[in-house]
Design a protein around this ligand. Structure first.
Ligand code: IMP
Ligand code: MG
Length: 186
């Protein structure tokens, strides 16, 4: 889909479920908490593109300890007969992670299949520790056996947009989390 019409764009935003203020407040709290947890440790924040880019940006700006950041991108191929799925890493970290405490920064934990595959791959590289912080969790949809170590907001099974999350690559730039109007899905 190519979207250029501002009115159509706005029609997709059904209602705000987490405001910009609520997000910023919670991100600040977690930035402070994580800065204490990882103080004095070599820390690498690993973000899975693209959805987590806004969360990663806001979180790191509020952290008060030294940290490095890295990016990965994964492509998932799932079909109804294979619930384990097939995840391919299409962009990988440049650095050796064996001397780092790795914290995966994720936008949303949904079925968990993508993150579960990424965790398996990173574990094989033997980091000092490996944890997950996710902005959103939709536990109702979980298929893979995975839980985040830190979750900022738990939400029901809505399709959400904004603050990095997209529908058809749009809406990532909204400063809040909204429910997408499913009536527009064709
Ligand atoms: P999983 O492998 O099903 O957990 O997929 C997680 C990925 O699917 C997330 O990183 C998002 O990019 C995308 N995703 C899952 N739920 C939503 C949603 O409600 N809105 C937008 N993207 C979503
Ligand atoms: Mg997406």
């Amino acid at each position: 889909m190519v979207l250029t019409d501002k009115n159509v764009f706005e029609d997709g935003i059904k209602r705000i479920i987490i405001s910009e203020e609520e997000i910023q407040k919670k991100v600040s709290e977690y930035a402070e908490f994580l800065s204490k947890e990882y103080e004095g440790k070599p820390l690498l924040l690993v973000s899975i593109l693209k959805g987590a880019f806004v969360f990663l940006s806001d979180l790191t700006k509020e952290m008060s300890i030294p940290c490095e950041i890295g990016f990965m991108a994964a492509k998932s191929y799932f079909d109804s007969t294979d619930s384990s799925g097939n995840v391919q890493i299409v962009y990988d970290l440049a650095q050796d992670i064996s001397n780092y405490h790795v914290l995966i920064v994720e936008d949303i934990l949904d079925t968990g299949r993508t993150l579960s595959a990424v965790v398996d791959i990173l574990k094989q590289r033997d980091p000092l520790s490996l944890k997950i912080v996710t902005l959103l969790d939709k536990p109702d949809r979980r298929v893979a056996d995975i839980t985040a170590d830190y979750t900022l907001f738990t939400i029901p099974d809505y399709f959400v947009i904004g603050y990095g999350l997209d529908y058809g690559e749009y809406y990532r730039n909204l400063p809040y989390i909204a429910e997408y109007d499913e009536n527009l899905i064709n």
